[in-house]
Design a protein around this ligand. Structure first.
Ligand SMILES: [Ca+2]
Ligand SMILES: [Ca+2]
Length: 336
């Protein structure tokens, strides 16, 4: 009797261990819906003017609208949040593309600081309270557009912490980078993922600015703390570490990292080779990768980041032929 109970328990424990192991080893199921929270940085430094005459904020909004308009094989629902100062605003709950474009069009830039870790971690919680009945069949994406490093997440919130002294995972335990990374990987800011784990939340990030600032070093501060103090100018090395962190997190979570530099044209969906022009070269690259899953297909040809180069990417490269500030008059475009 006692022996039988122990054997049953042993079998039960073994089964649980096997299930946990299998869950890690198995690829995620093919998603049936995508849910994205677009997180827009409204902090003061977004007012910087780019070389094309737009502000960073205008370029950010355009990038977010391009993301909303990307064709996708499955239904895609969007929510919009913005952040500035010590908190964030839920600008719009989950809705259609049309509603989302209207919401993005009405956003304006502020003067406050950047509570990035706070906002992103709370956005992940909100992603998983939308349609929970879909379980892991919904792909959950944080689409972040921002120009600056974390500098104002309030103490006591789930992803608050000092800056990491390590620039690659695992980040310094307790740092805000460690918590944000864990949040994407395990949905718990204090639980690091096992090696090779599938991340349940995806980061698609666009960073604005870059290493070249069009403002002189002597120009006035762009962001002010809630008490009205001007924030210290950003150091280049800190910004480089910040970009490296976002790039690593985007890659490990299966997302995308896009940089919009002040002195370069804005990127355009459909451009596979980074020359800021969608032309026949990009069309040929899509055709060369057509029907391929990514990897081994070229991720640069998977514009909508659904891990396959297919009809929807084809539509993007065809519809955007000739788009992009890098297109000169001599560009050889395909016949539409
Ligand atoms: Ca191109
Ligand atoms: Ca695709």
């Amino acid at each position: 009797m006692m022996k039988g109970t122990i054997q049953l328990l042993a079998v039960a424990v073994f089964t649980l261990v096997m299930q946990a192991g299998e869950a890690l080893a198995q690829p995620p199921p093919v998603p049936t819906e995508q849910h994205s929270i677009i997180v827009v940085d409204r902090s003061g430094s977004m007012t910087v003017t780019r070389s094309d005459g737009q502000t960073r904020f205008q370029a950010a909004i355009q990038n977010a609208k391009d993301y909303v308009n990307l064709p996708l094989a499955i239904p895609h629902f969007f929510s919009v949040w913005s952040f500035e100062g010590t908190s964030y605003i839920k600008e719009q709950g989950f809705a259609s593309a049309t509603t989302t474009i209207a919401t993005l069009n009405r956003l304006t830039v502020g003067t406050g600081v950047t509570p990035l870790a706070y906002t992103v971690c709370d956005a992940i919680d909100a992603l998983f309270t939308f349609k929970p009945e879909l379980g892991n069949k919904a792909r959950k994406v944080v689409k972040l557009v921002s120009d600056g490093e974390e500098n104002s997440t309030p103490a006591g919130t789930q992803c608050h912490g000092p800056s990491s002294t390590l620039n690659t995972p695992p980040y310094t335990a307790g740092s805000w980078e460690w918590k944000v990374y864990n949040k994407f990987a395990t949905l718990n800011p204090n639980t690091p993922p096992p090696a090779g784990a599938f991340f349940p939340a995806v980061l698609n990030v666009t960073v604005l600015g870059g290493y070249i600032s069009l403002r002189s070093a002597s120009s006035s501060a762009l962001e002010y703390s809630p008490e009205g103090h001007a924030m210290a100018p950003r150091s280049m090395s800190k910004l480089a570490d910040f970009y490296s962190f976002l790039q690593t997190l985007a890659q490990d979570s299966g997302g995308t990292f896009t940089q919009i530099e002040d002195a370069k044209p804005a990127p355009v969906f459909g451009d596979t080779n980074g020359d800021f022009c969608v032309d026949g070269t990009d069309y040929n690259e899509v055709m060369a990768n057509f029907t391929f899953t990514v990897p081994p297909g070229n991720p640069a040809a998977d514009f909508n980041n659904d891990k396959v180069v297919d009809y929807y990417d084809y539509v993007i490269v065809v519809n955007n032929q000739g788009a992009g500030a890098g297109c000169g008059s001599s560009s050889l475009l395909i016949n539409k």
